[in-house]
Design a protein around this ligand. Structure first.
Ligand code: NI
Length: 265
């Protein structure tokens, strides 16, 4: 019943037909950490934290079988993740979206139909974000707090608008497993373990079986290294602004300074 209602309200065929062909995936958004000239920081590709916190993210779902399987793995280990869901998939699987929230994970917006948002009109971008915001709210009872643009493609102006309209922080990533491209479990595990640092945001996709197959070993290895799994919103809340590098003091001779190890290094 719920499914039929949501589909009727949220999938006008004309809107789907307008969706442009997906753009190629960017390796990493070039302006990921740019802070607008005024106002607080709204985009994050990683965070600066004191502890060992990381945010594991799963995009493009929910998926009928892979997402529930992943949720079982997370539950077994008592760890939290963030799901960047596509609105039309939430409309198709509202019960899985609800389970994500009920089990303590963060559910967040990844647009309605996964287009490249950059060339789209303001009205169409608004439509992509608004419908996804509402379908997540209806399916789960919570409103998304963060947004991940498909392919990381979102102009600064669009970021500012999304932040002003929904309070969204824009969540990008610093560890890109390229799982969608290689579909290789061993590679997903190896890249994640090699590149994850405290404060990392790890990008994977829960629509691929090969990714889910990699997760038990990947999770267990990260836990063994001492990493703490938190949601993206929790990680952003822990973010500390980078302090400016201390200027060298004229009293200290360059030779002495060079041989003396400092905390700054
Ligand atoms: Ni995506």
């Amino acid at each position: 019943m719920l499914r039929r209602t949501l589909a009727a309200v949220f999938i006008p065929l004309a809107a789907l037909a307008q969706s442009p062909t997906p753009a190629p995936q960017m390796a990493k958004p070039a302006d990921a950490d740019k802070t607008p000239a005024s106002g607080p920081k709204i985009s994050y590709s990683q965070c600066h934290v004191d502890g060992m916190q990381i945010a594991f993210t799963f995009d493009d779902g929910p998926h009928a079988t892979n997402t529930p399987r992943l949720l079982d793995m997370l539950k077994e280990r008592g760890i939290k993740a963030t799901f960047y869901c596509v609105g039309q998939c939430v409309a198709e699987y509202p019960e899985i979206a609800k389970r994500i929230v009920d089990e303590g994970h963060e559910i967040a917006s990844h647009s309605w139909s996964h287009p490249n948002l950059i060339p789209m009109s303001e009205a169409n971008v608004r439509d992509q974000l608004e419908r996804t915001h509402q379908v997540i709210k209806q399916a789960t009872g919570v409103e998304p707090k963060t947004f991940r643009p498909p392919y990381g493609n979102f102009t600064q102006r669009q970021r500012n608008w999304a932040n002003a309209m929904y309070g969204y922080k824009i969540a990008l990533w610093d560890v890109d497993t390229l799982d969608w491209k290689h579909r290789n479990s061993a590679r997903v595990e190896a890249v994640t373990l090699a590149e994850t640092r405290a404060g990392s945001i790890i990008l994977t996709h829960d629509i691929h079986k090969s990714t889910i197959d990699a997760m038990p070993a990947t999770f267990d290895a990260l836990l063994a290294k001492g990493f703490k799994f938190v949601t993206v919103s929790e990680l952003i809340a822990l973010d500390k602004p980078m302090l400016p590098k201390p200027k060298s003091t004229p009293e200290v001779a360059p030779k002495a300074a060079a041989t003396k190890p400092t905390a700054a290094n």
